[in-house]
Design a protein. Structure first.
Length: 420
């Protein structure tokens, strides 16, 4: 039969150890906490670790097997992570309830999504359809322009041997690829709408309940490692927050500016090319070069409205891309992103390719943040293995990845961010 003993705060001075006896009517003078005697044997450290490892493996398997189901939740997590500072600012500045602040931001997000979809998506779809339909003509114009240029230079033999057959081969390959990928736009519409609804619900719930989730995770961390884990998570949050929000702003900014510039230059399919340019900016080296090459190819195969020669027209488009790239490197990235993740470009490219091959689009989106988080974790683990304090090095990493190092470090130590 279970008996109960009451104690007051066992952590108070004088309560050095838990009494292991049960008795009726007997209680410590500091009594309050109810302890049930007769409980089962405590789990050993090995048992606890085995249970945790088993749950982790089970979670990974479920996520792997149910990838399509999990995707809208992951997208909701990404969008909520981007918008959380806005919700927090509304809650603090205007002293409104968390639910109301989350609702305001959520409604604004939905309005932007639907407004943008009505303005941008139809144009992108129209441009993509026109480009697919006119691609053979565009390639024929490119081949003709190159042939004329070689003829003017007296290199017609080189054109006949090298350029002509290669362009024809590229045209056949692209036409075959277009036929394979030309799926109806309405395929899976019901499935898409269901996933979109789940995405909206998940986003709102995460915006509203993020502080509760944080407290739940913090409370359930091991007490001995809680302070260190929370501090590592805080510093990782600063770095990832700066990178993810910066990349989002970078994609929007580069897409908008490139679309406007291509429209002014009279390049067709400007909306599609602008959006592709913004998305490809997330891939170091390869992305910007690919975007610029595609725009130059379209410009080369389309008559320009200014009466210039096609080579001059292509040169102007290439110069525009070069100027935008340098402005991005020296103005936009240092201001918006900084050196947030401090990863070597080769590692970034490898992470993007691996994430895309394994997890698709979500893998591409999460590849760099995951690699950056893994880097910080390895720094922490390495310092622990050497019996060193990892946080000075982590703070240096964070300081070098931000525009204002002192502010970034203070953010990780702010009250409420890293409570033990």
């Amino acid at each position: 039969m279970l008996r109960e003993i009451t104690f007051r705060a066992l952590r108070a001075p004088g309560c050095r150890q838990l009494r292991r006896m049960c008795s009726n009517g007997r209680s410590d003078r500091k009594g309050c906490l109810i302890i049930r005697c007769g409980m089962g044997a405590r789990w050993s450290i090995t048992t606890k670790r085995g249970v945790v490892a088993g749950f982790v493996v089970l979670a990974i398997v479920l996520l792997w097997r149910a990838g399509d189901i999990v995707q809208p939740f992951i997208w909701g997590l990404i969008v909520a992570y981007i918008l959380l500072p806005v919700v927090g600012a509304l809650e603090r500045r205007f002293a409104v309830p968390r639910t109301l602040a989350a609702l305001v931001v959520f409604v604004a997000m939905v309005a932007i999504i639907f407004g943008g979809s009505r303005l941008i998506i139809p144009r992108v779809a129209e441009n993509a359809g026109d480009l697919q339909k006119n691609w053979p003509v565009l390639l024929a114009n490119v081949q003709q322009t190159i042939s004329n240029t070689f003829d003017q230079l007296g290199l017609s033999d080189v054109d006949d041997v090298l350029i002509g057959p290669n362009v024809d081969d590229i045209e056949r390959q692209l036409a075959a690829m277009a036929q394979r990928t030309a799926l109806p736009f309405v395929v899976g519409l019901g499935h898409f709408l269901l996933e979109f609804l789940v995405f909206l619900i998940a986003t709102f719930l995460l915006l509203r309940d993020a502080p509760r989730l944080y407290e739940f995770v913090r409370r359930n961390l091991p007490s001995r490692q809680r302070r260190e884990i929370v501090q590592v998570l805080g510093e990782t949050n600063v770095m990832l927050g700066r990178y993810i929000r910066g990349q989002f702003l970078l994609v929007v900014l580069m897409s908008t500016v490139t679309t406007i510039a291509l429209t002014l230059l009279g390049v067709p399919y400007s909306v599609l090319l602008g959006v592709l340019t913004g998305l490809l900016e997330t891939i170091p080296f390869v992305g910007p070069i690919t975007a610029g090459a595609l725009a130059c190819l379209v410009a080369l195969g389309h008559p320009n409205p200014f009466g210039w020669s096609q080579l001059i027209y292509v040169g102007v488009v290439a110069t525009m891309y070069t100027i935008l790239r340098h402005a991005e490197d020296y103005l936009v990235i240092p201001t918006v992103i900084g050196r947030a993740v401090r990863l070597h470009p080769a590692i970034v490219i490898f992470s993007l390719l691996t994430g895309g091959a394994v997890f698709g689009l979500i893998g591409i989106v999460l590849a760099v943040p995951f690699a950056a988080t893994l880097r910080l974790v390895l720094i922490y683990v390495g310092a622990k293995l050497r019996d060193e304090d990892p946080f000075p090095q982590l703070e240096v990493e964070l300081a070098e990845a931000t525009e204002t190092p002192g502010e970034a470090i203070e953010t990780t130590r702010a009250p409420g961010r890293a409570r033990p």
